[in-house]
Structures are given as structure tokens and as C-alpha cells.
Write a protein that binds this ligand. Structure first.
Ligand SMILES: [Zn+2]
Length: 74
């Protein structure tokens, strides 16, 4: 079973986190369909509690879908 990447945590992951070293960005994305060992799959708790290294910024790239939102008027 796929679990959170944090040690001693066996919760179900909800997001995939990538560390972009060149840009010093922690990117939080939708959970990938397949596990990539270069990336971190984290559970909800650990995503929320995650703190970036000093000098890094966090980009939350997840799509927040709002059910029943009206289509944009054209
Ligand atoms: Zn966790």
C-alpha cells in the first residue's frame, strides 16, 4: 500500500511534493498516479505541517475544485 513518505507515518498520501533545488521552491501538487521516488507523497497532516527550508518558498499547485460553481460568463 502506498503511504506517506514521512518516517513512522502510514497515512494515505493526498499530495505529491517536489523540491525544486534550482529555484528553491517546494511545489505541492496533486497526488501523482504513480509513485516517483524522487518526489514525496505526503498525507494531509504532513502537507499542512510541512515547513520549507530557510530561504525556500512553498507553491501550492493543487487544483482546488469548487463543486457547483457557475461557469464563467463569457
Ligand atoms: Zn504523514
Amino acid at each position: 500500500m502506498r503511504t506517506c513518505a514521512k518516517m513512522r507515518c502510514d497515512s494515505e498520501p493526498v499530495a505529491t511534493v517536489s523540491l525544486l533545488y534550482a529555484e528553491r521552491v517546494v511545489s505541492i501538487g496533486e497526488l501523482l498516479a504513480e509513485r516517483d521516488r524522487n518526489l514525496l507523497d505526503l498525507c494531509r497532516d504532513h502537507v499542512e505541517r510541512m515547513t520549507p527550508p530557510v530561504g525556500w518558498t512553498v507553491h501550492d499547485e493543487r487544483i482546488i475544485s469548487i463543486p457547483d460553481s457557475p461557469a464563467l460568463a463569457v
